[in-house]
Write a protein of this length. Structure first.
Length: 432
């Protein structure tokens, strides 16, 4: 009935998530409210882990891309589910450390890691640095030298696969701010340079071809290109790179138009391609990392709002105003992202009314969705926006000095707070 398996409708006609009545949750915790379903998150983690077992002799590990939603509880769950973490800032590293995460299972990304972040990352025992550019190689080596340590590194490679067109293309990816280009020879020079530094140990190559991708083919092509490059490094430099990181980007369902492939199919096809290419180049089969972010938390999350007003503009549209908006979900304002909106108070009713869901900020563009079908919306109804687990809280702001909502975790009919609602006091905490 819904795009997300954790959702249902109860005898009152209310939307439920993880066995909890959303209208009751809205009353208990207030709105706006972020909700995550724990079973969905854990099952997705397990499907990634088991796909490595099934198709690749367990010779790999998923890393949760914590930029999708970084908080202590998610770090704990990742750890319990035996997956690593991909972190992109000092703040995400700090969060993982505070959660007691085993830091050797983290990869540190980013195209402009500051000296302070690098130093903090080394002190925090981050497992691997995914180096983006030559300045970073130099900087990282000099900081590692000062600390008298050797750090494990990976290099971010642009494989030249652009997955963001319907038929993905294999060139034209040079224009990206991330990583070293293959086709210009830049990546090969970077490998040579990396090998020359005494305080760096190059063990991995990394690529990430985009986000919200539904085709498997671009992932397979990228994997083949990367192993081919490992073959070149072996042949010309006599160096074996033993690990391959293929990034994230697996698509999820926001609306019924989206058709994600089972994540297992991805690992199945990629394994075959990596094994075949490795054999072709006489390479040992590499250890594989993947970095799912959105697909781990996206469909597990929903956001609840309370409707505060309606504005019918004849022949144009009906606005429905909610008590949140772009501060808690900026994705429609940022890139017109599609979402499914459900009237949680009347989840058993046909979605028969076309409305535009407007936030409460002083911006005309503060919309959650335009011209979307929802069951007759009245003031006081609880609205649910689905698939908001990824890139909502993590992108949230305090625009208009609106406190960030609380986040709760639901499981088998029970709920608990995992991130407290911000208070007005929190808002002025750093004001002098
Ligand atoms: C954003 C990102 C991911 C996660 O992407 P999703 O689309 O959320 O799966 C993984 N790796 C890198 C390097 C990224 O930048």
């Amino acid at each position: 009935m819904f795009v997300n398996d954790c959702l249902n409708v109860n005898e009152k006609g209310h939307l439920t998530i993880g066995g909890c009545d959303t209208v009751e949750l809205a009353k208990e915790y207030g709105t706006p409210l972020y909700i995550l379903d724990e079973n969905t998150i854990r099952n997705t983690c397990r499907s990634y882990v088991s796909s490595f077992q099934k198709f690749y002799n367990g010779n790999g590990m998923p890393l949760y891309a914590s930029k999708a939603l970084s908080c202590k509880e998610l770090c704990r769950i990742a750890n319990e589910e035996n997956i690593g973490l991909d972190v992109v800032s000092g703040g995400e590293i700090y969060t993982a450390v505070q959660a007691g995460f085993p830091m050797e299972k983290t990869h540190f990304h980013g195209n402009n890691k500051t000296a302070q972040e690098i130093s903090f990352a080394i002190d925090s025992k981050v497992g691997k640095f995914v180096v983006d550019n030559l300045y970073e190689l130099e900087l990282l080596n000099s900081i590692a030298k000062e600390k008298n340590v050797v750090v494990n590194i990976s290099l971010r490679i642009k494989p030249g696969v652009d997955a963001h067109t319907h038929n993905f293309i294999r060139t034209g990816q040079i224009d990206s701010k991330f990583g070293f280009a293959l086709e210009t020879g830049e990546a090969f020079e970077a490998v040579k340079k990396a090998l020359s530094y005494e305080n760096l140990s190059l063990t991995e190559l990394h690529c990430h071809i985009g986000s919200q991708i539904f085709d498997i083919d671009p992932f397979v092509t990228a994997a083949e290109i990367m192993v081919t490059f490992m073959g070149k490094i072996k042949n010309e430099l006599d160096v074996t790179i033993s690990e391959l990181n293929l990034g994230g980007g697996f698509g999820i369902m926001y609306t019924s138009d989206d058709e994600p492939v089972p994540y297992e199919n991805y690992m199945e096809k990629v394994s075959v391609a990596v094994k075949a290419k490795s054999a072709e180049f006489g390479l040992p089969v590499p250890y594989i990392y993947i970095e799912p972010g959105r697909s781990i938390v996206g469909e597990a999350g929903i956001t609840l709002y309370t409707v505060g007003g309606r504005k019918e503009i004849p022949d144009i549209r009906t606005y429905v105003s909610i008590d949140g908006g772009m501060p808690d979900n900026v994705r429609y304002a940022l890139y017109q992202s599609a979402y499914t909106v459900v009237n949680a108070s009347k989840a058993d009713k046909e979605p028969d009314e076309l409305v535009t869901v407007a936030g409460k900020c002083c911006e005309t563009g503060d919309l959650i969705q335009e011209h979307t079908k929802v069951a007759n919306v009245e003031v006081g109804d609880t609205l649910a926006v689905l698939s908001t687990g990824a890139y909502n809280y993590s992108m949230a702001s305090n625009y208009n000095r609106i406190p960030r909502p609380a986040m709760i975790m639901v499981k088998d009919g029970k709920s608990r707070v995992i991130i407290k609602r911000e208070s007005y006091e929190d808002l002025v905490r750093n004001d002098v």
